[in-house]
Ligand binder design. Sequence first.
Ligand code: KG4
Ligand code: ZN
Length: 348
Amino acid sequence: MSDEPLVLGIETSCDETGVGIVRGQTLLVDTVASSVDEHARFGGVVPEVASRAHLEAMVPTIERACRDAGVQLRDLDAISVTSGPGLAGALLVGVASAKALALALGKPLYGVNHLASHVAVDIVEHGPLPEPTMAMLVSGGHSSLLLVPDVTNDVRSLGSTMDDAAGEAFDKVARVLGLPFPGGPHVDRAARDGNRIAIDFPRGLTTGRDMERHRFDFSFSGLKTAVARWVETRHRAGESVPVADVAASFQEAVVDVLTRKALLACKEHDVDHLLIGGGVAANSRLRALAEERCAKAGVTLRVPRPGLCTDNGAMVAALGAQMVSKGRAPSDLGLPTDSSMPVTLVQA
Ligand code: KG4
Ligand code: ZN
C-alpha cells in the first residue's frame, strides 16, 4: 500500500460533471460527463439544464470512475469537491453528493475553490508546482492572473477581467461569424487560414492610464463590439466577410494582451514559471505565442493537456490530495456552496 492519499474529486460548477481520482500526485482516472450538447441550441449554458444533467450523471460517473481506476470507495482517504465559484444549482449537486459520500464513508471532506483547482491540476501532469508560480486562467467563466505562493492556502489575485471572460469573447465572436457554440475551437480552426494582421482590433487596457490603473486586468467587451461593428459594416455594404481574417485578427488581439500581461506579471513579481489553464488554454495561437514570449523572457511555461485545462474532476482531486498531504484540516460537513467564492479563498 502507498502512503500517498487516495482522493476522489467532484466538479460540477458549470456544465461538466467531473469525477477524478488521484493518488498523491498521480492521476488514476478522470471521468467527465458533459451536458454541453444540451446547451448548444441556446448559445450558452442554461443553469437549470446543467443542474438536472449533473443530478442524472452524478452516480453513474462516480461508479464509472471507481470501476476504471479499480478503486473501492472504502479505500479513499478523502473526498474533495468544488464549493465555488460557479452556478449555484450546479454547485449544490456536487457538494450534496460529496457530503453524502463523506458522511456515509466516514471520510474527511474538502470543499475547494474551482480556480485553485485549475492551477493544482498541473501537478499530476508536470509534477510539483514551483513556489511561487504565476497562473493565468482563461475560460468561458473566468480570466484571472494569479500569483500562487502555495496552491493549498495562498493564492493572490493580481487581476481579472472587467467584463467578458476570454472564452466568452471567443464564443460571442463565433456567433457573429456564424460559427457554432462553443465558439473557441471553431474560431481557432478558422483562424489557421487567416491573416492575423489583416485587421487592427483594439487591445483593451494596455495603454496609458488604463494600463496604470488596470495593470493586470483584462477587458474583452470593447474588442467583441469592434469585431461585431466591423462585420456589420461589411454586411451593410453588401460585401462578404473574410471569416478567416476576422477570426485570426480577433484571436491575435486576445492572445497578445493575455501573454503580454502574464509575462509582465512574471517580470514584476520575479517569477520564472507561468502556468496557463482553463478552456482557452487549448487555443493553438495562445500556446504558440506564450511559448515564444516565455522563451524570450527566460520563463518556463506549463500548460496541462487540453482535457485537464477544461473543467474536470481530476483537478479537484489533485487539489484535495495536496490539502491532505500538507495536513490541512478538512472542511465542515455543513459546508455551503458559494457561487461567487473569491479566488483568494482556497478552501471553504
Ligand atoms: O474551462 P472551460 O471548459 O469551461 C469554463 O468556462 O469554465 O472553458 C470553455 C471555454 C469556452 O468559452 C470555449 O469557447 C473556450 O473555452 N475554448 C477555446 C478553445 N477551446 C475551448 N477558446 C479558444 N480557442 C480554443 N481552441
Ligand atoms: Zn473552469
